[in-house]
Design a binder for this molecule. Sequence first.
Ligand SMILES: Nc1ncnc2c1ncn2[C@@H]1O[C@H](COP(=O)(O)OP(=O)(O)OP(=O)(O)O)[C@@H](O)[C@H]1O
Length: 199
Amino acid sequence: MQLKTQGLACGRGDAVLAADLSLKVAAGSALLLRGPNGAGKSTLLLTLAGLLHPISGNVVFEGADPEAGPFIHHCGHKNAVRPRLSVIQTLKFWADINGHGDVTPATALDRVGLGRTARLDAGYLSAGQQRRLVLARLLVSPRPVWLLDEPSAALDAAGRDLLAALLADHLRSGGLAVVATHDDIALPGAATLTLGARA
Ligand SMILES: Nc1ncnc2c1ncn2[C@@H]1O[C@H](COP(=O)(O)OP(=O)(O)OP(=O)(O)O)[C@@H](O)[C@H]1O
């Protein structure tokens, strides 16, 4: 699968935040979105995800089979965690909605370092632990396109290493990723798009 945009402009209302974007992100590769607060990184991710209409131009996922079901994970700033659902129930809930793959919720929790919190109410997780739970959500429901907005927010150094490892695995298995971040995420070979500041 390949993500391509042609003459893409995106923004909010009449405000154009990015224009004339002709992007190509092939299977196995990643694009990092950078730029100051308010530059439009989240807006671009939402547009790529089909959650906001482009102002002009288009977004195409070449090779996507619409019959095969959803192929995009969009993870925004919010963790979408229900406080009174346990950690493992949260992950099962997401897998039931997004689809089950080879990785079980229990295995995914172990992978992101949350194995011992499985029965805890998700609302009691720390900010970084909740972000790790979002990463586990990516693992239980395999999808080739990851659109991640500040995935390393609140993660500690080990968490950032974990994120880099998960992204590397995803790309190695033929996935693609677009990641908005203010952090240094170790992703060798990733291209970078820097969006500009607005007054
Ligand atoms: N629903 C909305 N209606 C109007 N303007 C909005 C809306 N959502 C965001 N904006 C504006 O769009 C601009 C871009 O916001 P966006 O969240 O895309 O920036 P960002 O680059 O992701 O910022 P950050 O680094 O702070 O996460 C901001 O000026 C913001 O105020």
